[in-house]
Design a protein around this ligand. Sequence first.
Ligand SMILES: NC(=O)CC[C@H](N)C(=O)O
Length: 235
Amino acid sequence: MRAYVVVFPGSNCDRDVVHSLATRLKTPVLTLWYEENHLPSDADLVVLPGGFSYGDYLRCGAMAATAPILQGIKNYAENGGLVLGICNGFQILTEARLLPGALLANKNLKFICRQCTVRVERTDTPFTSNLQIGQVLKMPIAHHEGLYFLPPEDLKRVLANRQVVFRYCSNDGTVDEENNPNGSIENIAGVVNERGNVLGLMPHPERASEKILGSEDGGLIWDSVALWLAKRGRR
Ligand SMILES: NC(=O)CC[C@H](N)C(=O)O
């Protein structure tokens, strides 16, 4: 398998994602500059990493969503390619309308950087294929605009389509207001598109993929992608 990590001006988690993916999966991971307008034909996974693309000016992800590489990502996703947006990458995917909803300022209006736990809601996606429904993953969040929001009609559609993949929860998997760090609607921490090949999530798997980081649970997401690809003949 071959993975690519997109670098925008202001990305700051790109190297972490490269290191984490390459170490865990022992696979080539290359970076891709935002001014490219198409993706290499050998890409099995494209990651939009966290950070502050374009300094978060205008709205988080709004300017990056108009960068040339997004055209390549849209074509790639339309053809079924796997796209993962982490934190600022998630914000970029919603701004580009590749994912529903929007990320608004956290309910306490503060930047929140801390460990948190999310519950797995779906295992029939490439990103969660090696997980169990209800499994709790420990991964840190680090954002100011992480409150996931959808207007009522869109929320109904997203729930009916089972697009919610992760929900913020307690250590034992309880989903409630107390365990909702940023005020996201329905505790939503990650969603997929209808087809299931584009995932956005606010927690950082790359910051939770080695014991020394306090959790290796993020690595389970990488394992899931590798397993899903291997089942389709991509190693
Ligand atoms: N870690 C990140 O990707 C941060 C995302 C964005 N800059 C925010 O603060 O919400």
